[in-house]
Design a protein around this ligand. Structure first.
Ligand code: BEZ
Ligand code: FE
Length: 301
């Protein structure tokens, strides 16, 4: 046995994984060991700090349920979710930018006809969304587009106790027409905090960070033969665009929301007062890719 030194320890740990059969797994574990050891060395980590970290991670795990994923939230607020997205999407070839999925995608959205009001019964300022899905050149027909967003108080339907009995609101699936278009009526989303009642909320408070996300509508576009597109469209002018708690904002995803006073909306339906309009063109690129699964389905597997 040679004399102990911390560099030799790192090498010993790396050697202990040397027979890992899968080369990618071996590389990932080795890089993790190197980074973790370097962190401890660089910071002179104390016993108390390491105990705190272990307790924090334990509580993060304990907060997770089939519908609550505190580790993903932790990854989100450290910017890791956006970084994984960035390294996997690289240059976009003029395709629409991607961003985080978030925890409020429940899957299996109910298909609704173009022009439907997905906000039925929920108070808020009326918003008409007109959108088109294209490939890098041509409009794409018959494509499923899931949309979802928070209400005027910043809550998703799935966060409310009424969800079990009343079902979905402010979420739906639209199928693009022959011109690639779809449209729907809803209410203006507002900025809202990520869940703060767990260890991640404590982390944000302890580091003097706010928990807010700028107002946005989520879109998941899944066209056969094209990379699935997970993105949001953000509301221009929102005060949190430059400080999103999960770092999900990209300039190209910010939409100018126009106010209208005309009494008729673009689909010919009457407006009872001023209303807003969001227009967006989504460009997807040929290929395949990861189709995100909702939390509940993934947890049940
Ligand atoms: C969301 O946009 O729904 C979201 C994304 C990341 C963390 C929390 C919420
Ligand atoms: Fe969201």
């Amino acid at each position: 046995m040679s004399e102990f030194n911390d560099r030799a320890l790192t090498q010993q740990v790396l050697d202990s994984f040397a027979n890992t059969p899968d080369p990618r797994r071996k590389m990932l574990i080795s890089e993790l060991v190197v980074s973790l050891h370097e962190f401890v060395r660089k910071t002179n980590l104390t016993f108390e700090e390491w105990d705190f970290a272990i307790d924090f991670l334990t509580r993060t795990g304990q907060k997770c349920t089939a519908t609550r994923q505190e580790f993903i939230l932790l990854s989100d607020v450290f910017g890791v979710s956006m970084l994984v997205d960035a390294v996997n999407h690289g240059s976009r070839d003029d395709a629409t930018e991607t961003t985080v999925l978030g925890p409020f995608y429940v899957g299996e959205h109910k298909p609704m006809p173009h022009g439907s009001d997905i906000s039925a019964g929920i108070p808020g300022e009326p918003l008409f969304v007109s959108a088109r899905v294209t490939g890098l050149n041509e409009p794409l027909a018959n494509v499923a587009v899931d949309v979802w967003h928070a209400d005027g108080d910043g809550f998703y339907d799935s966060q409310k106790s009424s969800y079990e009995t009343q079902g979905a609101s402010l979420r739906a699936r639209f199928i693009t027409g022959s011109d690639g278009r779809f449209s729907f009526r809803t209410i203006l989303p507002c900025s809202y905090p990520v869940p703060t009642d767990g260890p991640v909320g404590q982390l944000l408070a302890a580091t003097d960070r706010h928990a807010m996300r700028p107002a946005h509508v989520h879109f998941l576009i899944n066209a056969a033969g094209f990379e699935p597109l997970v993105t949001h469209v953000f509301v221009e002018g929102d005060e949190y665009l430059n400080s999103d708690a999960v770092f999900g904002v990209k300039d190209d995803l910010i939409s100018r929301i126009k106010r209208h006073d005309e009494p008729i909306m673009p689909d010919g339906s009457p407006a009872s007062g001023p209303w807003y309009e969001m227009k967006y063109e989504f460009r997807v690129r040929p290929g395949t890719g990861h189709v995100p699964q909702p939390l509940t389905a993934a947890a049940a597997e």
